[in-house]
Design a protein around this ligand. Structure first.
Ligand code: FA5
Length: 335
């Protein structure tokens, strides 16, 4: 009986080594460890063993049972460690990560600064929350001017009511630059401006402007026009069509408006139209006087362009509102 138990143990262990899947493992369990299995039969056979041999055979039956159960459980754990369900193919390419990218307006700003930088303009800065001196008075816009009314501006309430406002134009930075730097100077300023304008294809209540200011001796309207035309050709390409149209600004004399042919979508239909990109002109002597620069000695030009309109022309965008809807499908096209 002892020899039989030895060979049973060997047989069970070598059989378990050939078990390849969960079904075969279960069949093994039933055959060896089940209620009618071979171990059970060995235990039953104990009854027939002579009394003096019983302790030794009984001990050996228990050892064989423990050995087979031990190997069986190890095998079962090994199967359990293999994940259920479909196996993962680790060689498959992964799903693309949703990477962020520069907004089309930010890209336009980078491009503008790059071109103006090459033309010798350095970058100046100013606050979005402004006082009336920098937004109006120093720019020769008198107290009585209709553009200073509450309908055209976002004034702050509270203690500073009527004194501080969200700037309506980056021309404020012209004043700040002239207050802190001595001519000759050549700066540009980029930033957000705010106006209570109704939204349509070319207007928004928050938008960006780029301001340019060049002060030196003998600066003329020719320098202004040359600068703007060169900027347009460098930024948009040699085919860019621009025109200067006489206009009026309190802080420049003479003044002009820079227009550019671009595609605008109105009522769902694309139309090529002359669209105003910005204003410009020769710095008014009153502005020079307000900041303590002698207008007899110095002359200068200034311009202020709407950056969203520049972006629309550059990237063929027919409606300014698309820029601020934050629809990733739209924005991804320019990433
Ligand atoms: C000005 O803001 C003057 N400060 C420009 C200037 C600077 C003139 C220096 C002379 C010397 P204007 O209000 O026209 O000008 O605005 C300039 C440009 O900003 C417009 O031509 C247009 O391109 C853009 N703009 C104006 N209002 C809006 C708006 N609501 N939404 C989007 N862009 C606008």
């Amino acid at each position: 009986m002892l020899a039989e138990l030895d060979s049973m143990e060997q047989e069970a262990i070598s059989e378990l080594a050939t078990v390849a899947d969960a079904a075969a493992l279960e069949a093994f369990r039933v055959r060896w460890l089940g209620a009618n299995g071979r171990l059970r039969a060995a235990m039953d056979a104990l009854k027939t063993v002579p009394k003096d041999q019983k302790p030794a055979v009984g001990k050996r039956v228990n050892e064989v049972k423990a050995a087979i159960e031990g190997v069986f459980n190890a095998r079962k754990d090994a199967f359990a460690a293999v994940p259920k369900g479909p196996l993962v193919d680790v060689t498959e390419p992964g799903l693309p990560m949703g990477e962020g990218a520069r907004h089309v307006v930010a890209k336009t700003i980078d491009g503008i600064v790059e071109v103006l930088g090459r033309m010798g303009f350095s970058v100046a800065d100013g606050p979005e929350l402004e006082d009336e001196w920098h937004n109006f008075n120093a720019l020769n816009i008198p107290e009585s001017h209709p553009a200073r009314g509450p309908a055209d501006n976002f004034f702050l309430g509270g203690e500073v009511a009527g004194k501080l406002l969200l700037r309506t134009q980056t021309s404020t930075v012209q004043i700040r630059a002239m207050e802190t730097m001595k001519p000759p100077l050549k700066i540009c300023a980029i930033g957000r401006v705010y106006r209570p304008d109704a939204h349509d294809a070319t207007h928004y209540s928050m938008f960006h402007q780029v301001e340019g200011l060049y002060i030196d001796r003998h600066v003329s309207m020719v320098d202004l026009k040359t600068t703007l035309v060169q900027f347009a050709k460098a930024f948009f390409g040699p085919e860019a069509e621009v025109r200067l149209r006489p206009s009026f600004f309190p802080f420049t004399e003479p003044s002009a408006e820079l227009d550019m042919k671009m595609k605008i979508i109105r009522n769902g239909k694309p139309e090529w139209k002359w669209i105003e990109l910005g204003g410009c002109g020769m710095v008014d002597p009153n502005v020079f006087r307000a900041v303590g620069i002698d207008p007899e000695e110095w002359t200068g030009f200034a311009f202020g362009l709407g950056i969203e309109r520049v972006a629309m022309r550059k990237y063929g965008i027919g409606d300014i509102r698309l820029l601020f809807e934050n629809d990733a499908r739209f924005l991804r096209q320019f990433a």
